[in-house]
Design a binder for this molecule. Structure first.
Ligand code: ADP
Ligand code: MG
Length: 406
């Protein structure tokens, strides 16, 4: 399908033409990345021999997201061109040559590589998903290399799904007024012609806080007193599938009428380097036989080693209900004896130490994490299941078997 540029994209271009340091921010899927990539490609074609660099925090994300977007955009805009260009995908940064110009794609997480990038001069620097970059100085450093001799303006282009108002990008682009710096907000609704209708509906059904950010493209503010902040959940989305141990945390609902609690069912894996990865969330409103079946399915699908189930209400019935649906299930009963938040605090601190990552699509869980204020309301069921699972894996570690001489 050919790319379809709307009046809003022309507005963005006009704004960028007045700037040398520009942020496009807004909701997810609002064409921020395509808009900037197109500008980068056009500049590369315009000035033969020019150099441009596109960076994101993690090189892994460059490979799985930014590079494929570049290819997709080029195929939509200039069909056939990508295949004619020389591409290089070896080593710690990838590149494409077009009209004798070079466009590099790299990550900021490889120090040596960054040093190497800093040794060159560029016409354009593009920082993709700046929300994931904690330290503004990394951006300033690479921008200082915007000094290749070109017959036009140098340009720093940045995009992001707006993070917390505490993030450097809020001050840099929204609060501070600096000559030559500009920003533009664009949301999915502004480009709805280019998006499937179901996509906008899905964003509309997100939990409150996530909807503000991903649909309305607003910088976020943390809930006062909440254990988890936006910062703690920023940049932790990844795909992992190799685990040393997998547990299913379960917080069963006691009753099963329409307005009863949800049963929290959260699957978590432990990697060989002692990180935890939240793999899936199957929580929902279920009757007892339904949640037992969900847990059994999750147990098999994720090759779990154990189910960690809260049995405060229900006692042994919880375990027997689970075993009725899966005879061989290894169930560990846990009882909440202390306040919920006393158990949740060490788990929140695992996030602070960057020991936990999340799969994509855990919106309801993350919404509950951001909203729960200990002591104000009851802890949400998904969070309870998460806390049980992470406590089992990383807080109260079961004794490990060591081989060799102690
Ligand atoms: N100008 C366009 N014409 C047609 N489709 C577009 C256009 N811009 C973006 N898209 C579509 O929208 C998707 C999301 O765009 P992207 O730039 O990755 O959004 P964002 O960076 O804002 O999350 C793209 O994968 C593409 O399918
Ligand atoms: Mg993007």
């Amino acid at each position: 399908m050919p790319a379809n540029w709307l009046p809003v994209h022309k507005k963005i271009r006009d704004e960028i033409n007045k700037s040398e340091d520009f942020l496009i921010y807004g909701g997810a899927g609002s064409s921020k990345t395509w808009t900037i990539l197109k500008i980068v490609f056009v500049r590369a074609m315009l000035w033969p021999g020019s150099r441009h660099i596109c960076l994101r925090q993690r090189f892994e994300h460059v490979k799985t997201t930014l590079w494929p977007s570049a290819k997709e955009l080029m195929n939509a805009e200039w069909p056939g061109l990508w295949d004619q260009c020389e591409t290089n995908r070896s080593g710690g940064s990838w590149s494409i040559r077009i009209n004798d110009s070079e466009i590099l794609f790299g990550g900021l997480d490889d120090k040596e590589r960054v040093e190497k990038h800093l040794g060159a001069e560029y016409a354009t620097v593009y920082i993709n998903e700046a929300s994931e970059i904690q330290d503004e100085s990394a951006v300033n450093l690479i921008s200082s290399r915007l000094r290749q001799n070109i017959p036009g303006r140098h340009l720093l282009l940045v995009d992001e799904n707006p993070p917390s108002k505490k993030h450097w990008s809020y001050k840099r682009y929204i609060l501070d007024e600096v000559q030559g710096r500009g920003c533009f907000k664009i949301n999915p609704i502004d480009v709805k012609e280019n998006l499937p209708e179901s996509y906008i509906r899905r964003l509309e059904s997100l939990p409150d806080r996530l909807r503000q950010r991903f649909l309305h493209g607003e910088f976020t503010v943390d809930v006062e007193g909440a254990l988890w902040s936006w910062d703690m959940l920023e940049g932790i989305k990844t795909d992992l599938d190799d685990f040393r141990r997998v547990v299913v945390g379960v917080d069963p609902a006691v009753t099963s009428n329409a307005d009863s609690d949800e049963t929290g069912i959260v699957v978590i894996g432990q990697t060989s380097d002692d990180q935890a990865h939240v793999i899936a969330d199957y929580s929902g409103r279920y009757k007892p036989s339904e949640w037992a079946q969900k847990v059994a399915d999750a147990y098999d699908m994720h090759y779990a080693d154990a189910v960690v189930a809260e049995v405060n209400q229900g006692g042994d019935l919880v375990e027997s209900n689970l075993k009725n649906h899966h005879v061989g299930m290894n169930v560990k009963q846990v009882r909440a004896t202390r306040g919920k938040h006393i158990r949740a605090e060490p788990v929140a601190s695992l996030y602070e130490q960057n020991k936990v990552t999340h799969a994509r699509g855990l919106d309801d869980l993350e919404g509950q994490m951001l909203e729960w204020v200990p002591g104000v309301g009851p802890s949400p069921d998904r969070v309870d299941a998460l806390v049980w699972g992470l406590t089992e894996l990383l807080v109260h570690r079961s004794p490990q078997i060591h081989f060799g001489i102690a």
